[in-house]
Design a protein around this ligand. Structure first.
Ligand code: BDR
Ligand code: CA
Length: 311
């Protein structure tokens, strides 16, 4: 069983990832959830994180607010995908559970310093600002991280926010660069994987059929999220980007990829935030990440449906 910190910018797909983690106590122990600015500003992502915990009936989960802007650029948000609240779809409420005192970056640093080395996995589901800020401020924690399993980047699928970049990496390329150069073992779930896990109509119906608060919450979120992808890409369902990270921790055999070198473009205006993955091994650069390329989508949805039905 892994101890994890979920670093997130919810986001409907972030929400499903958090629900998957909170419904899987035999596989993951969620030490805390750290919110970051991304899909929507921090004031909303920290609030959304608490709404999601309450929806799961886990209001004892620790939620911290982190960085409200990228390290070196202005914040770019994605209301055009996720709606004004970031969680458009279901009817939302004012969360009752508290936001923890203290900054998310301090929580990440303190947790890594107190837990035994090599026992905490970081799960970034948004821009990498909180993680890179923690690594920069407390370089001693870097070697204590067990692994980073993140959603971000793309190879064959290239970009979703610019022709060459994926949203999470594009929003804070400087942070991504720090993380990919950190030396921590990294597993990457790029668009190449996440565009294969689509919430089709029958999969959405399966959530609705739980006849529970969470079932309806997830169905209404993925209904909303789907609209954007259907209209824009003609896709047959919402891509569940972020839940692939948690699914990997539970069932890594659902995924396959290559251990390759990945570098982040931080300068070029044209290709800012591109994840330059040496998929064909054409350089001598040392591999620094397990870059996933494929997923068993049916296996993924079987797992997700089984787990969410518990809540
Ligand atoms: C990523 O960007 C966000 O909009 C999603 O939550 C996901 O983390 C996909 O590019
Ligand atoms: Ca996200």
């Amino acid at each position: 069983k892994r101890k994890i910190i979920i670093d997130t910018d919810p986001g409907q797909d972030d929400a499903v990832a958090i629900l998957l983690a909170l419904s899987s106590p035999e596989d993951v122990d969620v030490l805390g959830i750290t919110a970051v600015a991304g899909n929507v500003p921090l004031s909303l992502t920290q609030k959304n994180a608490r709404i999601i915990c309450e929806a799961a009936g886990k209001s004892d989960t620790k939620v911290f607010a982190g960085c409200d802007r990228p390290m070196a650029r202005d914040l770019v948000t994605a209301e055009y995908v996720h709606g004004k609240t970031g969680l458009d779809g279901p009817e939302l409420w004012e969360p009752q559970m508290p936001l923890q005192d203290g900054h998310a970056v301090d929580f990440i640093i303190e947790t890594l310093r107190t837990e035994p080395p090599g026992t905490v996995t970081l799960c970034p589901l948004g821009p990498l600002t909180n993680i890179a800020t923690a690594f920069t401020r407390a370089p001693d924690i870097v070697e204590r991280v067990q692994e980073i399993v993140l959603m971000g980047g793309a190879y064959f699928e290239v970009g979703n926010v610019t022709p060459s970049a994926e949203f999470n990496i594009y929003v804070d390329p400087q942070a991504a660069d720090i993380v990919f150069k950190s030396g921590v073992p990294i597993v990457v779930m790029p668009l190449d994987v996440t565009h294969k896990v689509l919430v089709t109509k029958p999969r959405n119906d399966a959530f609705r059929a739980f006849d529970s608060k969470v079932g309806l919450f997830v169905a209404e979120m993925t209904d909303f999220f789907e609209r954007f992808d259907r209209e824009k890409y003609g896709s047959e369902g919402a891509p569940l980007h972020d839940p692939t990270v948690i699914a990997y921790l539970i069932k890594p055999e659902l995924f396959s990829g290559r251990h390759v070198n990945v570098e982040i473009e931080t300068e070029s205006e044209l290709t800012l935030g591109m994840t330059v993955a040496d998929w064909w091994g054409v350089t001598k650069r040392a591999p620094n990440a397990m870059f996933m390329g494929d997923v068993d989508a049916d296996g993924f949805f079987t797992l997700l449906t089984e787990r969410l039905a518990r809540l």
